[in-house]
Write a protein that binds this ligand. Structure first.
Ligand code: GLC
Length: 675
């Protein structure tokens, strides 16, 4: 780790993001100006420099030209003008003549002005002069990313079934609704591995409860579904409902495990269940206590969870609500004009996720009382860590599915993330593609967006195009919001095309799983920008709507409505597999350069790189049914000695390593070229 220097600014709060201890550097940093007075870190940007990173953020793979803020935010409108989403991923690579990476390790708010105020300058502003500032050198952006990944440790390993397709919706009210989803998939021959349970499964939105009226025999139902090869994956929210007689609330209060307000009382916020307390995930004892609660559901047969609202989202705090009500009285009976009307509207809208609320409660972290805003970005990370550590105690040998909404660098060791509340917008399909690359750089390999879009009504063509890209994202889940158009695959006209795409996911699963596991075990990227593989190719560095998936595949998704195809940049000659289903595909050769490639709405454009192979299986109805013993190969090779190193394992043991799990497959082995 000689290429990583750590500069200690003030007295930073430990986040445990890095897994290596690096001695503090002495003397000034050669590439960054550190201005303690202004609390800024600055450097010039060359005309052609590209700035990669920031993980879950709006805009491009190249972050230049906007300002971003790391402050975990529950914001369901991921529009270009936003500065914060759910993740706080303070890692950047400035890729120019002398490329270097910066990781600013602090759980406080940090803002990044990347050529926004001055086009030729990067300026990072801290909330206080306390941070560990890691500076990483390397020959290329890709090398720097790989060094950073070493520093922050290996990525989370989900069970193999978590690479199947999952169906979700906020609003599945009961066992009957879930049964309908299962039947819909079965009836139409749609593969399925997971059905997600959103907050509706709980009793009054109380964590670790199941509504008995909606699910009279929950363990029995979980088992019955599992016998079809399908898992139910429930949501867990951060806030614990305040309700007499509710064990989690009573225990947490009695043990002092909730965050405290300024007067030492349990802080009261409100989320879905109404008034809640927030478990102090940073307090080691509270974390263990909360994590152990997952056992209640594990014991009922559950093997995976999604953690939500853990920025934490606060719809309102009790104190602020009282102030707003008081103020509203003043508006009563008045003739509200331009100022007063908007003032009133802003006041009500501003109730949620208010900065002052985040400054009004406290954690007990490493023996110290710390105000929440100083550690805000760690909350979701430590909630997910609570669950992961508990799984290690309860199920030491089994991989449990876990992903979160909020995150910080380092959380990638404990779980994945999904991209949050996107919309059924074409622009969000494109954002999905771009975000995937930057999240991979930050270690979040197990990730994906709500396919089809969460908010707003989806359309059939959008769903088709989104599936055509979504089949490559490790987390592949169709999820939508309450009140939006139904979005399950079987609700549409052209089910056959959608089925073809879903079945392609299962056909490609040997490759997807193998590439994921190899990347996770070696600190590499599962999805990466073209520039990382073709560093000498100036044109490749500006391509933001194509990605390399693993070592063999380049994808070029269509993300515009009514498009007949798209322009594709090929950095080398490639073979295109134009795929409609595992049984229906054509091959075409494309030469290096720019081409307009036609793509019907039901087609996936899968380009195979020269000399590379892609192992495929016969599509199956679930991951458990995949026959990994009889694989086929897609490929662009001219000799039978070409090799693909396939990683495979039992899919659930924690003991994963490359050793003993790699199978070398070659066309000469007699594997068929198409499945
Ligand atoms: C949040 C989540 C979303 C979920 C909803 C209800 O908005 O991001 O995925 O469906 O809460 O639980």
């Amino acid at each position: 780790m000689d290429n990583i220097k750590k500069y200690m600014l003030g007295n930073p709060i430990e986040t445990e993001a890095a897994v290596y201890e690096i001695e503090a550097a002495k003397g000034p940093c050669p590439c960054l100006e550190m201005d303690a007075q202004e609390m800024e870190i600055r450097c010039p940007l060359g005309d052609d420099d590209i700035v990669y990173g920031l993980g879950q953020q709006v805009r491009g793979i190249n972050k230049r030209g906007w300002k971003y803020t790391s402050f975990s935010s529950d914001d369901p409108n991921h529009t270009e003008n936003k500065e914060s989403l759910y993740g706080a991923h303070n890692f950047l690579v400035v890729d120019g003549g002398n490329p270097f990476g910066i990781f600013l390790d602090t759980p406080e708010k940090v803002s990044f002005d990347i050529g926004y105020s001055k086009p030729d300058a990067l300026c990072i502003r801290l909330s206080s002069w306390n941070a560990k500032c890691y500076v990483i050198e390397g020959d290329s952006a890709y090398d720097i990313v790989k060094s950073f990944r070493k520093l922050i440790g290996p990525s989370y390993l989900p069970p193999k079934w978590a690479f199947g397709f999952g169906q979700s919706r906020w609003g599945y009210q009961s066992q009957q609704d879930i049964e309908e989803v299962l039947a819909g998939h079965e009836e139409h021959g749609l593969p399925l591995d997971m059905v997600y349970l959103d907050i509706d499964y709980m009793d009054q939105y109380m964590d670790f409860t199941v509504d008995k009226e909606k699910f009279p025999d929950f363990p029995g139902f979980v088992e019955k579904v599992k016998s079809k090869g399908i898992r139910l994956v429930p949501i867990i929210d951060a806030g614990v409902k305040i309700k007499e007689g509710y064990e989690v609330y009573e225990e947490g209060a009695a043990k002092g495990y909730f965050c405290k307000d300024g007067e030492g009382k349990d802080f009261v916020g409100a989320v879905w269940p109404g008034r809640v307390h927030f478990p102090d995930m940073l307090n080691e004892k509270a974390r263990k206590w909360f994590g152990d609660k997952y056992k209640v559901l594990l014991e009922q047969g559950i093997e995976g969870f999604w953690n939500d609202m853990n920025e934490p989202a606060i719809f309102y705090s009790e104190r602020r609500l009282a102030q707003v009500f008081e103020k509203l009285e003043e508006y009563k009976g008045k003739n509200l004009g331009i100022d007063s009307f908007f003032e009133m509207q802003d006041m009500v809208r501003g109730l949620s996720n208010h900065q002052e609320d985040y400054q009004s409660f406290y954690h007990s972290y490493r023996g110290q009382d710390i105000r929440h805003d100083k550690v805000h970005n760690m909350y979701g990370y430590f909630m997910t860590r609570a669950a992961s550590e508990a799984f290690g105690r309860i199920e030491p040998d089994k991989r449990i599915l876990l992903f979160s909404r909020a995150s910080y660098i380092g959380m990638h060791r404990y779980g994945g993330i999904w991209m949050g509340d996107n919309h059924s917008w074409w622009s969000h399909l494109l954002l999905n593609i771009k975000m995937l690359a930057n999240l991979n750089m930050c270690g979040f390999l197990y990730t994906g967006a709500d396919i089809g879009g969460f908010g707003s009504d989806t359309t059939e063509d959008l769903l088709l195009r989104w599936y055509a890209f979504g089949i490559f994202t490790p987390l592949m889940r169709n999820h939508s919001a309450l009140g939006t158009r139904r979005q399950e695959t079987y609700q549409f006209t052209d089910i056959e095309s959608l089925r073809g795409l879903l079945r392609l996911r299962y056909m490609l699963l040997p490759y997807i799983y193998s590439e994921y596991m190899k990347a996770a075990l070696q600190g590499d990227l599962y999805a990466k920008p073209l520039a990382f593989a073709y560093p000498e190719d100036a044109q490749a560095s500006s391509i933001e709507d194509q990605l390399l998936i693993g070592e063999s595949i380049m994808v070029a998704p269509v993300y515009e409505q009514n498009a007949k195809g798209r322009y594709v940049y090929l950095p080398e000659d490639m073979k295109l597999y134009r795929m409609r289903s595992p049984e229906d595909m054509d091959e075409e050769m494309y030469a290096k350069g720019i081409h307009f490639v036609c793509a019907a709405p039901n087609e996936v454009l899968l380009f195979v790189r020269a000399g590379r192979l892609v192992p495929v299986a016969k599509a199956a109805s679930s991951v458990a049914d995949l026959d990994m013993g009889h694989l086929g190969l897609l490929g662009f090779v001219d000799n039978k000695d070409a090799v693909y190193e396939l990683y495979d394992d039992d899919g659930y043991s924690k003991a994963c390593s490359l050793e003993g799990h790699i199978r070398r497959i070659t066309p000469a082995e007699g594997v068929t070229i198409s499945p």
